[in-house]
Ligand binder design. Structure first.
Ligand code: CU
Length: 500
């Protein structure tokens, strides 16, 4: 029905226009053709002038009206060190193109007015003018030279790569349809190597090579957090099609190309908090962020920098957004250390883990854990009540032979007892209840003794250590489940005296 109405209305409007044309034509014939044409020419010339004025006024007024929405003006002055220079480049270009824009539009419409058709009017003809050719070749050439030279100078200042000895933070952004994978190098400050053949969407989206030590502490982040006033080098790449790494507030924009890593170096100078403060001074930001919740937070309070994809890369292009946070250096360090490494959380101990041996960070973690257990026992009213389980001592099954990997725990223990040289301890062996009770008793004694032998062998005073075995008599857990029995097979340590 609506379709029919639209068609009918269109046909009717067509008929009306044709009729108006016929009426005008007839009126023209009555008044005389020439008179009619002269009037029409005059009217058109005047209307073109009116259009010019309205159009130019509209352009200028709208530019001023929306100024504060545009990058480089109002609150949106650049939040990075180099950004101001790029804004300046745009302003210089705008100055020259603005002059050309206004002059050409005035000339276009003024000429159509001045040279409108007149009775007896004759066009002036000249074949060639060196002067005119000179002017319109030399003037644009000079302007182009100014613009290009300025552009090159800024490009050379903004784009050089970092000096390897310089202090900077490296971050990697990998675009794919339709999101960004953000990788940080972790505490070692170095990004590990990648290979596309290692990419596995289930647990290695970037194809990191786990045999490369540098990958062990790399972490993937859901948002980009960076410290203020620190140089950042972003390694930019893509996995499928062209994307573009765009941080509008920092004037950072670089193509992300599959197979050809690019980079951009910038130094953020304004924290998220400072940018929000800046926005809070503008009335258009002092309105509720949610129009239905007048008492809720205001627009400026919810502002966040963002990363966007600036390459139309497919139907989900719009969703390639990530929040960017600029914080103080302390906040950044705290955040960075709280991020779990991708290897630790997704790869360690799985079938994809090529590293069997204990890693440095694990050795450190174990030492820290033992020290914490020991020190928290020491501050008790009665330290002897706390039993410290030496979790990382390993024996061959049914034997008192210490396994190779136990050395880390033994060395940490040695270090603790050397540091706290006024403390005496009891090392006790325990077993589960499987097998013969007497054999278990002997095994527990032998195992405790093995620990004692190691420690005294390293020079610790034998009078400070007692080794005892309790066999299956002091279970820490149930003996009815494999896990319980596992917990019962253990070496414990107790602080028995401390001399001040
Ligand atoms: Cu994209």
């Amino acid at each position: 029905m609506i379709g029919f109405l639209i068609v009918a209305i269109t046909i009717l409007i067509g008929i009306i226009l044709v009729q108006i044309g016929k009426v005008t034509d007839l009126a023209g014939r009555i008044r005389g053709e020439e008179e009619s044409e002269r009037r029409s020419n005059n009217a058109q010339a005047i209307w073109l002038l009116v259009f010019m004025v309205v159009f130019l006024v509209f352009c200028v007024v709208s530019a001023i009206y929306y100024k504060n929405e545009m990058l480089g003006y109002g609150p949106h002055i650049s939040a990075s060190e180099h950004g101001g220079r790029i804004d300046n480049l745009f302003n210089v270009t705008l100055f020259f193109t603005g002059i050309v824009f206004i002059v050409t539009h005035i000339a276009l419409f003024w000429f159509s007015y001045k040279y409108k058709a007149r009775e007896g009017g004759v066009g002036k003809f000249f074949a060639h003018s060196n002067m005119l050719e000179g002017i319109w070749t030399i003037v644009p050439a000079i302007v182009m030279v100014i613009l290009v030279t300025q552009g090159l100078v800024v490009w050379n200042d903004v784009m050089p790569d970092v000096d390897p000895d310089e202090e900077y933070i490296e971050v990697e952004a990998t675009g794919y349809q339709f999101a960004w994978d953000i990788r940080y190098p972790g505490p070692d400050g170095k990004l590990g190597t990648r290979h596309f053949q290692l990419i596995n969407l289930a647990n290695n989206p970037l194809g990191q090579d786990w045999t490369d030590e540098k990958n062990i502490d790399d972490f993937h982040a859901t948002e980009i957090v960076l410290p203020v006033n620190k140089k950042v080098r972003v390694r930019i790449t893509a996995k499928d099609v062209l994307h573009n790494f765009y941080l509008p507030h920092f004037r950072v924009k670089m193509d992300a190309i599959p197979g050809l890593p690019t980079y951009f170096i910038f130094t953020p100078t304004t924290t998220t908090e400072e940018y929000r403060e800046r926005l809070s001074e503008y009335p258009e930001w002092q309105v509720p962020a949610d129009p239905d919740d007048a008492g809720g937070p205001q627009r400026w309070e919810l502002f966040d920098y963002e990363l966007a994809c600036a390459e139309l890369c497919g139907k989900g292009h719009w969703s390639m957004k990530r929040i960017v946070k600029i914080v103080s250096e302390e906040e950044y360090n705290e955040w960075m250390l709280s991020q779990p490494s991708y290897y630790k959380t997704n790869i360690r101990g799985t079938a994809d883990d090529p590293l069997g041996r204990l890693l440095d960070y694990e050795i450190e973690e174990r030492a820290d854990e033992l020290t914490t257990d020991f020190e928290s026992a020491l501050i008790l009213d009665d330290p002897s009540e706390a039993s410290i389980i030496l979790k990382n001592l390993f024996f061959d099954s049914g034997s008192a032979e210490l396994e190779e990997d136990s050395q880390y725990e033994l060395n940490s223990l040695l270090e603790i007892l050397t540091d706290y040289n006024d403390v005496s301890v009891e090392i006790s062996g325990h077993t589960d209840n499987t097998g013969d009770a007497n054999a278990n008793q002997l095994l527990s004694e032998a195992r405790a003794d093995a620990v004692l032998q190691y420690l005294t062998g390293q020079g610790l005073d034998a009078s400070r250590i007692q080794a005892v075995g309790f066999g299956q008599n002091r279970p820490a857990d149930t003996n009815d489940t494999p896990e319980g029995r596992q917990n019962n097979r253990r070496i414990e340590m107790r602080i028995i005296s401390q001399n001040f």
